[in-house]
Structure formats: structure tokens, C-alpha cells
Design a protein around this ligand. Sequence first.
Ligand code: SF4
Length: 429
Amino acid sequence: MPDRHALLSASSSKQWLNCPPSARLQEQFPNESSVYAAEGTFAHEVCEYKVRKYLKERVKRPQSKEYYTEEIDQITDVYAEFVISIIEEMKRNGCEPLVMVEERVEYTHIAPSGFGTADMLIVGNDKNGSGVLHIADFKTGQGVFVDADHNSQMMLYALGGLAAYGYIYDIKIVRMSIIQPRLDNISTFECTREELENWGESIRETAKLAYEGEGEQKAGDWCRFCRAKPVCKACKDEALSLCREEFLDLDEGAFNEGAFSDESVPSDGIRASPADNSENCKVPVFKQPGLVSLTELAQILPTLNRISSWIESVFAFVSSEAINHGVTIPGYKVVEGRSKRVFTDTKAVVDTAVANGYTDLYKQQLISLTEFEKMMGKKKFKELLGAYVKKPQGKLTLVHEDDPREAIDLTATPETPDREFAAIPDEGE
Ligand code: SF4
């Protein structure tokens, strides 16, 4: 869940730790909630409901005509099952764990006024009897893989958890898990209490700078969700200089001055003309080849993501200023887009069609797999219909090698000219 109103929120910590002034710079821009954020909030409510129900608390199932889908039910099940498995394991280790759902945690001893809301905070024992603090965080995103390893958001939640419960319980180990079901991602990072506290000390000075709006404004992949991004000078300078670095050299193109050679072609270069066997012929070598190799394209992919993300944010900001706030943008105008025809009164439509002799106005559909499962219960569903269920292969996606998902062995799959693939997602968190 977003850490509402915290200047140094845990969820934006990657920004203010890398670019301390960003916390104050963003204050002047409204935190406009997107459709994705609203869907995420609803999904978190469903997660909370499922865990509280397991804990036998009196809870009402959250309702939303707009955001409830079978898929929301499935991904929140993944989260609830994971969290419940942690609690059950601690019980098997012989303790009655302390379980806090949607727990506000404060880490003001590290970052001024710092607080956040941990989706789940559990204190119990591991199998050796050592005290464990386990923090779990649910993510609905499907564009960017979020790793728990040294994740500053999780570490700040954990510091808050230690501040609240570390003096009551003898916590020695801290575990932090991110559950991101839409990417089949459940990752856990573990460290000792001492390591976590040392990390907290190491960021104290940066947090102070961020609170005071000081420090160096520095662009990077953490800019992705920064509200100041469309008008941020550092971000604009970085995007334009990346463009210059990556592309303008190509335009300067032509030849390396004086670089006429009959030496072998560089591994990533291309000769300007077909090899000529005549003895005195020197073949010019391009400073940058006329065609870009796949290796070169691969090198600029992370840069392209950053530039396109900045461009998108600028367009979104300028469009919002014009459309939502009536600001005139020189050389541009607001127009109406295409729309689809819709019925204004479905009952009148049906009545009129029937009165005029038309039939077969409705379609009948089989209920969905999830609805079957709900109707029968998981066990019966598996017993009766399990043999007819299969999980098709997802769309192939090119991701950075750091992504922890296992690479597909394409040599083992028959190649087809129309193999489906998804666009490469953004870099960063
Ligand atoms: S967009 Fe600008 S202010 Fe925001 S994190 Fe990036 S560099 Fe810092």
C-alpha cells in the first residue's frame, strides 16, 4: 500500500536515497492516483481480508464492481497462501507468532518523520528457536520485476518493525519477502538484525539531506515514479545527453578520420564496402557502421527504456496541463478522439428488437475456471476437472539478465514465424 503523506516514505526510498532533493521537489506536484493504483489498493484490501479471515477475525469481503476480477482473486490467493504458510511454519516451530496486518511502522530514528505501512509483519521463531521478524509485501505490478534483495522499501519497513517490537522480542533474523504474483515472483531476502541496523545507520545522513531538500539531484532508473520527472532538469539533461551519446555519434557517422585500413574488420564493425581483393585497395572502416549490430542495440536497450519513460512522462504531463487544467500549449490544441457507439437503453433495445420479430439476442457462456473452482471447492474441482486444466505458456518476453526468472531454452521449442512475444518492459524497480 502507498505510504500516505510520508515525505520520506519507504515506497519512494529508492528515489530519495539516490536523489535526496527529489522528496521535496515532488511536494509541489499532486499525487494523482492512477487506475493501476486504485486497482492495487483494492487488491491489497482483498489480501488483507483473506489473511484476517484466516486469523478468524470478523471481516467483510471488499467489493468493487470496477476492479474485482477472477485474476484479482487468484493473485491475492497467492499472497494469502504464502503469508499463511509462514505463520503455519512458525507454529510448527513451537511458537505462537505475533501477526500484524497492514501495520503502520515508524522509522523516524533513521529518517525524519519516516513511516510506512507494511502489508504483513510477523514475529516468531525459526526452527532453531531464533527470533525472526518477517515482513511481507504484495505487489500487483507486472511491468517490472521487484527483487527483495537489499530492497530499501522492505528494509525500512523492517527497521520500523524492529523499532516497535525489537525490544520486546529477541529478534535475531530479519526476513523480507516480496510477493508479485503477476510475474510469478516470490523473492525473500534475509539478513541479521545487526546487518539491518548497520544499513539503517549508513543511510541516516542521506535521509537528513532528503528531509532538508539538500544533496545532489541525480537521475537514474529510480526516476520512473518521481512526480517531478516531466519537469526535472536533471532528468531532462540526462535523457538528452544519453540521446547525444547513443545516437548522435551515429549521425556524425561517416568514417574515422584517416581510418582507411585493410586490417580485419572489428568484431562489432562493418566494412563500408565489400572486400576488394585488388592489391592496393584500402577499405574504409566506419567510425560507426551504417547498420547497427544486435550487440550495439543490446547495449543501448537500458538507455532506450530510460529515454522513452522520460518522453512518456513529458507527454503525459503536458497533456494533463492542457486537458485537465486548460493550459495553452503553444503549437498544440486539444481535440476529441475516436469513440465507439453504445446503446443508451438496453431494455428498450431488447423490447424493440423482439417487437419486430428478432430473436437470439443473448449469448450463453460457460462459467469460468475460477467460478467452477469456487462452486466445487478446490479439492473437488481438482478431482473432477483437474485432468482438463492446463496452464498455457505465457507470451515470450525479452528481459534483462538480472531478472531471476529462468531463461527459456528456445532451441528446445519448435520455431514458428509468428511466435508471440510481449514488448520489453521498463528497467528498474
Ligand atoms: S526525476 Fe529528477 S528529482 Fe525525481 S528522482 Fe529523478 S532526478 Fe531526482
